[in-house]
Design a protein around this ligand. Structure first.
Ligand SMILES: NC(=O)c1ccc[n+]([C@@H]2O[C@H](COP(=O)([O-])OP(=O)(O)OC[C@H]3O[C@@H](n4cnc5c(N)ncnc54)[C@H](OP(=O)(O)O)[C@@H]3O)[C@@H](O)[C@H]2O)c1
Length: 265
């Protein structure tokens, strides 16, 4: 199987957990390294924004293993800042790795899956695909776009033996928090959102650093891969499942009022 974003956090934990369950994992990342050596996990250099590189990695795996059954699209990053001052370049940066990177990876694997009449496509999105937070408009948007893509694709592939599942993690303690990029406008002193934006950032950083272990997400992915048929949408851990249910049943206005109160919107 191929997993993207395997050098740290959720990807590293998932690679380890899947390999311990007996799967042969190729963990791709730009660094091409592993957090720790694990039998069954091979680190590969992969930049999901580079189509040639992505196609070559898939080709190499198929040459070595004779087949490729699973892809986990996990590589990602986040930007933070008010919608008002975010440049088009910053917004495109947010979509490049998470959305177009996952798209390139899926499109590179699909012909292989189709020829085998079997394939499992897992995308790591976020609860923010279904609940939108202030100052993370682009991250919320990209995760919602990935979720939509996965669910549309699951319908297109019905009857082919290829299935899609999107995993929507809540707060997870990983390198994601430190790697988050503030937009130029967010960093500027005359940004009129400064006060509430800083409170919001402090809250989300606290929630993430005190968040669940990435192993929780790795185990949720393993559970899906062990099933005969995967669920289309999975929110790991009961508390986040409850949040997911709440945002589905609350009227939209009430949902946004609640999120605004919790996140200094
Ligand atoms: N942490 C959370 O609270 C949380 C919550 C919900 C969803 N998520 C999602 O979970 C996924 C993994 O994030 P994480 O929390 O584990 O963060 P992380 O520790 O920062 O890991 C991100 C991974 O993505 C890789 N990556 C980034 N750009 C890449 C590219 N162009 N090509 C290939 N690999 C690339 C990084 O490796 P290199 O730098 O070596 O390329 C790294 O392995 C992301 O999609 C994130 O949006 C995270």
């Amino acid at each position: 199987m191929l997993l993207t974003g395997g050098s740290s956090g959720i990807g590293a934990a998932t690679a380890r957990i899947l390999a311990c369950a007996g799967m042969k994992v190729y963990a791709g990342s730009r660094r091409g390294t592993l957090e720790s050596e694990t039998p069954g996990v091979t680190a590969v250099k992969l930049d999901v924004n580079d189509q040639e590189n992505t196609l070559a990695v898939v080709r190499d795996i198929v040459e070595k293993e004779g087949r490729l059954d699973v892809v986990v699209c996990n590589a990602g990053n986040g930007i933070f800042g008010p919608v008002e001052g975010t440049t088009e370049e910053e917004a495109r940066y947010q979509f490049e790795t998470c959305y177009f990177g996952a798209l390139k990876t899926i499109q590179a694997c699909l012909p292989v899956f189709r020829s085998q009449h079997y394939g499992r496509i897992i995308t790591v999105t976020s609860v923010m695909a279904v609940l939108q937070l202030p100052f993370q408009g682009f991250y919320s948007s990209v995760k919602a776009a990935m979720l939509s893509l996965s669910e549309s694709l699951s319908m297109e592939l019905r009857g082919t033996g290829i299935e899609c599942c999107s995993i929507l993690p809540g707060d997870v303690a990983t390198g994601f928090t430190a790697a988050r990029k503030l937009t130029g406008y967010a960093k500027s002193e005359d940004n009129p959102y400064k006060g509430k934006m800083e409170k919001n950032l402090a809250k989300i950083e606290k929630d993430e650093t005190g968040g669940m272990s990435p192993d929780v997400i790795g185990r949720a992915i393993l559970r899906q891969l062990k099933k005969k048929h995967m669920s289309v949408r999975v929110i790991p851990r009961i508390d986040y499942k409850a949040v997911g249910l709440l945002v589905r049943i609350l009227p939209e206005g009430a949902k946004l009022r609640l999120l605004r109160a919790l996140y200094n919107g």
